[in-house]
Design a protein around this ligand. Structure first.
Ligand code: APR
Length: 266
């Protein structure tokens, strides 16, 4: 793994580890990039990004769902199919290991994600979801959670298949929709409160695998900075985030295991 890193990045990892090892309150925000090495496409990659190939307004807005619920439901069932056989990668596991280690050290690590794929939980992390979860559904009209979470069944080849037939609510007959925050919708109140409190109170804020383009999540780093936190960014590509103190320009699955190994060895 070290062979993939330039001496400059290795030096930055050491520097970041020393800083993180000396602080107690850490807030981490992850985005689609942390799951890229698990084989899940990000949203804004030029070639493979979901929003390069599909229309945001049609698929991720309440208006799009009202116009064509079948199209939206089919797309989310396709995305469920896409993540069904994906597993956490070394980046997810490294963060889970750090959280586990923090139980016996004095560190308080709050992990917040914009991702809906549940790979942080699968790796063993405790995580706050800002944008909902792909595995959950609710009624688009009365908001009642829909219990049969995935509408999936194993076929004769033992492959999990996601039926794209629209489902209606047993209480009000409204269409069942994924429990995901779409553009133009408010974030879950409790999750946002947790995120704001952690960002405002942290000593170091780490932004991992996010383009930092979508608000309000992208504003958490600014909130942390205003309150005196150091900002670390882990991303192989540049972002518009101009308040970063330490940039680790590499894939999260390469950098995070090294960083966490260094921190937990301190
Ligand atoms: N490691 C770290 N970062 C990576 C990796 C990797 N292996 N691969 C890609 N990235 C980076 C990209 O350079 C990019 O900056 O991940 C980022 C992914 O950006 P987006 O596709 O914009 O995803 P994200 O920031 O999570 O999007 C935010 O937008 O569409 C909405 O609700 C959706 O939660 C999503 C939100």
């Amino acid at each position: 793994m070290l062979a993939e890193l330039s001496p400059a990045v290795i030096a930055e990892v050491k520097f970041a580890a020393t800083l993180l090892g000396s602080k107690q309150r850490i807030c981490i925000l992850t985005g689609a990039g942390i799951s890229a090495e698990s084989g899940i496409p990000t949203f804004r990659d030029k070639q493979t990004g979901l929003w390069g190939n599909y229309g945001v307004e049609d698929l991720a807005t309440p208006d799009g769902f009202a116009r064509d619920p079948k199209l939206v439901w089919s797309w989310y069932q396709w995305r469920r199919q896409l993540v069904a056989d994906k597993s956490p990668n070394p980046a997810h596991y490294a963060l889970a290991q750090w959280q586990y280690h923090a139980q016996s050290s004095k560190q308080q690590i709050t992990l917040i994600t914009q991702n809906v794929d549940n790979l942080h939980e699968q790796a063993g992390s405790t995580v706050t979801h800002l944008h909902g979860q792909l595995s959950r559904n609710r009624c688009s009209s009365c908001e009642t959670p829909y219990q049969d979470q995935s509408s999936a069944a194993y076929d004769t080849q033992n492959v999990l298949n996601f039926d794209d037939t629209l489902i209606t609510c047993s209480h009000c007959d409204g269409y069942i929709r994924p429990d995901i925050v779409w553009f133009g919708e408010a974030l879950p109140v409790q999750a946002w409160e947790t995120a704001e409190t952690a960002a405002a109170g942290c000593e170091v804020f780490i932004s991992i695998g996010t383009s930092s383009l979508v608000y309000p999540a992208a504003g958490l780093a600014q909130l942390a900075k205003q309150n005196g936190a150091h900002i670390i960014e882990i991303n192989p590509d540049p972002t518009p985030n101009s308040i970063v103190d330490i940039t680790l320009s590499q894939k999260a699955g390469i950098v995070l295991p090294l960083l966490i190994e260094d921190i937990t060895a301190l």
